[in-house]
Design a protein around this ligand. Structure first.
Ligand code: F6P
Length: 362
C-alpha cells in the first residue's frame, strides 16, 4: 500500500491573492488529518533546480494561521524559467527538466501539489510524463482563464480592485467632464474587464474576444451626451487589439514582452475622434496584491483541502475545480486543453448588452 509521508507544495507562475490561504489549508489538512510532513518549494520549480535544494518545512501554528489574510505567496513564485527551455546566465537555453525530477527524488516527496495556471500545468504534465513526478493541480490566476473551473484563486480579488478603481474614477470623471479609460489585466481573456465593467458601471467594455470599432465607441459617447451626461467610463482588457489589429506590448523586465499599452492607444484615439478630454489609468499589478477577498479565501481553503485528499487517494494528474458551488476534480490534461476565455454568448455579455453597455462591436 502506498504510504504518503512527505508532500511537496509549490506556487508557480504569477502571484495573486488567496495563494497563502490555499497553502494554509494544505498544511492544515496534510498535517492534522493525515500526519504528513509538508515541504514548501521555494519560487516554483526554481527551488528544485537549485543545489542545495531550496525549500522550507511548513508546520501548523500561528505563522500558518496568519497566512489566511496575506496576499502574495509565502513560498515565492516564478513566472519565467520553463525548465525545458531554461535561460542560463551565459544567455544560452538548456533543458533542465531532469534536474527537477532529481530534486523531487532527493527530497523524498511522495506527491506534490502545484498551485498554478495553465502554463505551469503544461510544464508539470511534461514532467509527469517523464517518470516519477506525481502531482495534483490547484488553479490560480487573476485572469480566470484555466479551463474546467468556474473560478481560479485570485480572480475575484482582482475584479474587486478593478471595481474600486472605477468607483474612484467615476466622480473625478464627472467633475471634469472627462472620459476615463481603465486598462486591466487578463492576458487573452476578458473576464476581469467584463465582470468589473458591469459591477463598476462602465459605459464601454472592450475584451479580446469581441472585435471593436472606434465608430461604435464614438456613437456611444454621443448617446451619453444626449442624455445630458458629459463623462464616461471605458474599461479595456490588456489583450485587446488596436483597431488596426495589433497587440500593444511592453518590454518585460528580465526578458520577453507582455501586454500593455492599449489604454493609452484608446485614450489618444477617443480624444481625437470625439473631442472629449480623455485620461487613462493602467491598473497593473495592483490587481494581484492586497488582502484576499472572501471568495479567494474560501476557494483557496476548499481547493487546498480537496487537493490534499486527492493526494491521499493517489488520484494524481487531477486538478481541483469549482463547479456549481462544489469543489470537484477534473483531469489536468482536459483543463488545459481548452483556453477559458469569454464566450460571445456568455451570460455576462448578454447582461452588458441589455444594460446598454457598448462592447465596441455595434
Ligand atoms: O497572468 C497573470 C498576469 O497578471 C496577466 O494578467 C498579465 O498579463 C501578466 O501576468 C503580467 O506578468 P508580469 O507579472 O510578468 O508583469
Amino acid at each position: 500500500m502506498f504510504d504518503t509521508r512527505r508532500l511537496g507544495v509549490m506556487t508557480s507562475g504569477g502571484d495573486c491573492t488567496g495563494l497563502n490561504a490555499c497553502i494554509r489549508a494544505i498544511v492544515h489538512r496534510a498535517v492534522e488529518t493525515y500526519g504528513w510532513e509538508v515541504i514548501g518549494i521555494r519560487e516554483g520549480t526554481r527551488g528544485l533546480l537549485e543545489r542545495p535544494l531550496e525549500y522550507v518545512e511548513l508546520k501548523l501554528g500561528k505563522e500558518n494561521d496568519d497566512l489566511l489574510r496575506e496576499g502574495g505567496t509565502v513560498l515565492g513564485a516564478l513566472n519565467k524559467g520553463d525548465p525545458f527551455n531554461y535561460p542560463m546566465p551565459d544567455g544560452s537555453v538548456q533543458d533542465r527538466s531532469a534536474d527537477i525530477l532529481e530534486g523531487y527524488r532527493q527530497l523524498g516527496l511522495d506527491g506534490m501539489i502545484v498551485i498554478g495556471g495553465d502554463g505551469s500545468f503544461a510544464i508539470m504534465e511534461k514532467l509527469a510524463g517523464m517518470g516519477d513526478f506525481r502531482y495534483v493541480g490547484v488553479p490560480k490566476t487573476i485572469d480566470n482563464d484555466v479551463g474546467s473551473t468556474e473560478y481560479s484563486i485570485g480572480f475575484v480579488t482582482a475584479v474587486n480592485v478593478a471595481v474600486e478603481a472605477l468607483d474612484r474614477l467615476a466622480p473625478t470623471a464627472a467633475s471634469h467632464d472627462r472620459v476615463m479609460v481603465l486598462e486591466v489585466m487578463g492576458r487573452d481573456a476578458g473576464h476581469i474587464a467584463l465582470h468589473a465593467g458591469i459591477a463598476g458601471g462602465a459605459d464601454v467594455i472592450l475584451i479580446p474576444e469581441i472585435p471593436w470599432k472606434l465608430g461604435n465607441i464614438a456613437r456611444k459617447m454621443t448617446q451619453i451626451r444626449k442624455y445630458g451626461r458629459n463623462h464616461a467610463l471605458v474599461i479595456v482588457a490588456e489583450g485587446v487589439k488596436t483597431e488596426e489589429g495589433a497587440h500593444e506590448m511592453q518590454e518585460r523586465g528580465g526578458g520577453g514582452v507582455r501586454y500593455g499599452g492599449i489604454g493609452h492607444y484608446l485614450e489618444r484615439r477617443i480624444s481625437e475622434t470625439t473631442g472629449s478630454e480623455t485620461r487613462v489609468t493602467v491598473l497593473g499589478h495592483v490587481q494581484r496584491g492586497g488582502t484576499p477577498s472572501m471568495r479567494d479565501r474560501v476557494i483557496g481553503s476548499a481547493f487546498g483541502v480537496h487537493a490534499v485528499d486527492l493526494v491521499a487517494e493517489r488520484r494524481f494528474g487531477r486538478m481541483v475545480a469549482w463547479h456549481q458551488r462544489q469543489v470537484v476534480d477534473v483531469p489536468i490534461a482536459e483543463a488545459i486543453a481548452q483556453y477559458n476565455c469569454v464566450s460571445p454568448d456568455d451570460t455576462l455579455v448578454r447582461t452588458a448588452r441589455a444594460l446598454g453597455i457598448s462592447l465596441g462591436d455595434s
